[in-house]
Design a binder for this molecule. Sequence first.
Ligand SMILES: C[S@@+](CC[C@H](N)C(=O)[O-])C[C@H]1O[C@@H](n2cnc3c(N)ncnc32)[C@H](O)[C@@H]1O
Length: 228
Amino acid sequence: MTHQHATDAHHHAPGHDDAAVLPAQEYWEGFYGERDQVWSGRANALMVREVEGMTPGTALDLGCAEGGDAVWLAQQGWQVTAVDVSDTALRRAAVHADDAGVAASIEWQQHDLGETFPSGTYDLVSAAFFHSPPEAVLDRTTVLRRAADAVAPGGTLLIVGHASGPSWMGPHPMFDLLPTTARLLDDLALDPQVWTVDLEDLVTTDHTGPEGQTGTRADNVLRVRRTA
Ligand SMILES: C[S@@+](CC[C@H](N)C(=O)[O-])C[C@H]1O[C@@H](n2cnc3c(N)ncnc32)[C@H](O)[C@@H]1O
């Protein structure tokens, strides 16, 4: 489930600012319930770029959606714990893993990560496009801090996210809230005795919208390693 959407439903057109803010589970169940498949099923290219050189170990995939990244990680030899708030997404992800023959390497867990978090520590914790529209509750900073706490010594926290909206949509306050990697690092407040910043990157790629709109979109990558 790369971020190449089967549809681009998660980026509603601007103008939803006055909509009610729903609990994460209610919002995302509704979101997945509206269509049979949301994401492409492929792994996110930027996650693949960062992880393919690593030695496989244990991985935690936060906001795994329909399982594209988790399945790819399992295919590379990682033992994956994959989490989403939506049971519908998790059911689809499990079918995808079965079809790919990697079901035994993935444990699916349902959590509202603002409320509960998987136990244990992991060699890789990945949050790929762990975004929410304004209509759904998400304290992303708190979740990402807990994600850092879940990294085992020697392990990596990888955060891949949008840095801007798609160029064809023009400016919108929703996109102004997307953090830079510098802002993410400020929010995470990682202890420099314990963490090394391996990579901060800003990548602009061609992006196609649900109605065939063409343009670009900027994404950023933050990769930090727990050294102790
Ligand atoms: C924008 S989607 C992208 C997910 C996927 N990693 C990708 O790259 O395509 C965000 C995902 O995070 C999940 N999510 C949002 N808020 C959550 C929460 N509080 N707890 C757990 N999962 C959440 C949603 O259900 C959705 O599947």
